[in-house]
Design a protein around this ligand. Structure first.
Ligand code: NAD
Length: 358
């Protein structure tokens, strides 16, 4: 019997090629007069363009956003916001830059306007993370949810194809796990399915034509939906594995998601047949895990944990950590099977048994 809880989350989305032109209007609608623009050092030029558009409404640029939001950076950004009298933060970039905006908002309640330039989806979530002494602490707080998001596919035209591919697979992973989440609900399931479909259409086209605006729009549209899916449901085994591998072995975020996803899906397939059918349908494939493997082949993404820096002697510890304090998951976690999954992922072997009957 259908039974669910669904919460909607406030937020305004402005989507479309050239949407950055609406920036000044959107900052005005937030009631802000002095925006602090956030970016990584690599995206300083994009931040300067944002500052130029804001004119007198720009309080300054803070260009030190970094992966996993180091606590020192968050502190420095908060100090800059206070010193400059900022009344809003404009974060232009990927999940790292949005994450820095969230770290500021968490303690100051400064509204965030996010302008995503990757497919990570952080701009749609109330999930924050800050790293201190090598430990990433994460949590949920409605204050960190960006108030406005401007999605402009033109800003993604120069996202390198390799990064586009793994960032897109990271997004797909959010939607996949939302479909078999313990708190799955019909609205988020629709959103998740459409998110996978849009990314599976857009990403392969980008590999040969990275500046194809229609394909970029498909991928960014999918990323938006997958971000909603991430915020809307509890994540399961796949995210537990990726958090373990990223946190304990310092593996790169999006690449880890990419390598692990088909394996986590194959593991869960026997316990979540309805979700698998929806994932497969969204991928246009006969099976969910097989469809993901096929998509990753077309994208040319890394296939093994070994290739992205996992030490072979860490697999036992990773298996122990993954089964300790597990996230809710459709199939119970069995240590031997998780260890075997990690072994396949380490060597880049296809999952032994996808548990599906294509
Ligand atoms: P990222 O933000 O670290 O960006 C990677 C690099 O790509 C950076 O140097 C960045 O400046 C550059 N870049 C971004 N967009 C570009 C573009 N269009 N053109 C050229 N270069 C560009 O990478 P990410 O994968 O977007 O984010 C990963 C981080 O986000 C991780 O720390 C992850 O934990 C976090 N995240 C958080 C959530 C959440 O809900 N809180 C969701 C997803 C990811």
């Amino acid at each position: 019997m259908l039974q669910f809880v669904y919460s909607s989350h406030p937020g305004r989305v402005v989507f479309g090629a050239g949407a950055l032109a609406h920036l000044e209007r959107e900052v005005g609608l937030l009631g802000a007069q002095r925006a602090l623009v956030l970016c990584t050092p690599e995206q300083r030029a994009a931040a300067e363009e944002v500052a130029r558009r804001l004119g007198p409404r720009c309080a300054g640029i803070f260009d030190r956003a970094a992966m996993h939001v180091p606590v020192e950076t968050a502190r420095a950004a908060r100090e800059a916001a206070a010193r400059l009298g900022a009344d809003c933060a404009v974060a232009i970039g990927g999940g790292s830059t949005t994450g820095l905006g969230k770290a500021i908002a968490l303690e100051s309640s400064l509204p965030i306007l996010a302008i995503p330039t990757t497919y990570a989806g952080s701009e749609m979530t109330a999930i924050y993370g800050v790293t201190e002494d090598g430990q990433k602490k994460t949590g949920r707080d409605p204050r960190v949810l960006p108030r406005t998001v401007i999605y402009d596919p033109e800003l993604t035209l120069d996202l390198p194809t390799g990064l586009s591919a793994v960032s897109g697979m990271n997004a797909i992973a959010h939607a996949v796990e939302a479909l078999y989440a313990v708190d799955a609900n019909p609205v988020i399931s629709l959103v998740a399915e459409e998110g996978i479909r849009a990314l599976a259409a857009g990403l392969p086209a980008l590999m040969t034509a990275p500046r194809d605006l229609a394909a970029r729009a498909d991928a960014l549209y999918g990323a938006w939906l997958c971000g909603i899916a991430l915020n809307g449901c509890a994540m399961a085994l796949h995210h537990k594995l990726c958090h373990t591998l990223g946190g304990s072995f310092n593996l790169p975020h999006a690449e880890t998601h990419t390598v692990v996803l088909p394996h986590a899906v194959a593991y869960n397939a026997p316990a979540a047949p309805a979700a698998m059918r929806r994932i497969a349908a969204a991928l246009g494939a006969a099976g969910a895990a097989a469809g993901l493997i096929d998509l990753e082949r077309r994208l040319g993404t890394p296939r093994s944990l070994a290739a992205i820096g996992m030490p072979a002697d860490g697999l036992d510890r990773a298996a122990d950590l993954a089964v300790a304090a597990p996230y809710p998951n459709p199939r119970p976690l069995e240590r031997a099977a998780i260890r075997a999954l990690l072994d396949d992922a380490y060597h880049g072997r296809a999952p032994a048994d996808t548990g599906e009957n294509p």
